[in-house]
Design a protein around this ligand. Structure first.
Ligand SMILES: [Fe+2]
Length: 158
């Protein structure tokens, strides 16, 4: 099949891009879900978690742009509609309703664990495709989600 304009084998890159679009879709679902939690959190930890969830969705917003622009750099088109995000994502949306601190942390912990697993999976696929740029992007995400998961675990043990 040959190489693309930045010298990477098209075959391997197509596999990477398929997973990156799924990842991008998951980030978009999480972006909305974090707003849901930010708005609907109730209880004694309100001020703390309300602020924390805003911090998370701001970071997710930056990350989803980086993923979409990586897909473009690889010569492909990023998914850019809510319809595509809903059909490609592997993370479920959350109903619009009140949430307790414990439940909200559990929701995020589950989704961040899924993103961590997906980041590791994409890193391997990118290595196989000699795509160091995507390896670099995913390796940053891996350490970030690992750290987030440590903090979320520490919070629930308090
Ligand atoms: Fe707000």
């Amino acid at each position: 099949m040959g190489k693309n304009y930045i010298g990477l084998e098209k075959d391997g890159i197509e596999t990477v891009v398929r997973e990156l679009n799924k990842y991008l879709s998951n980030l978009n679902i999480i972006y909305t879900k974090l707003h849901n939690l930010h708005w609907n959190i109730k209880g004694a930890a309100f001020f703390e978690l309300h602020t924390k969830f805003e911090e998370y969705y701001d970071k997710v917003n930056t990350d989803l742009d980086a993923v979409a622009e990586r897909i473009l750099t690889l010569g492909h088109t990023p998914a850019a509609s809510l319809k595509e995000y809903l059909s490609l994502s592997t993370i479920a949306e959350r109903e619009s309703k009140d949430v307790t601190p414990e439940d909200s942390i559990e929701v995020i912990r589950k989704d961040f664990s899924l993103l961590l697993e997906a980041s590791r999976n994409i890193l391997k696929l990118a290595e196989d495709a000699n795509d160091q740029g995507t390896v670099d992007l995913m390796s940053g995400f891996i350490s970030k989600y690992e750290k987030n998961l440590w903090m979320l675990t520490a919070f629930t043990k308090s």
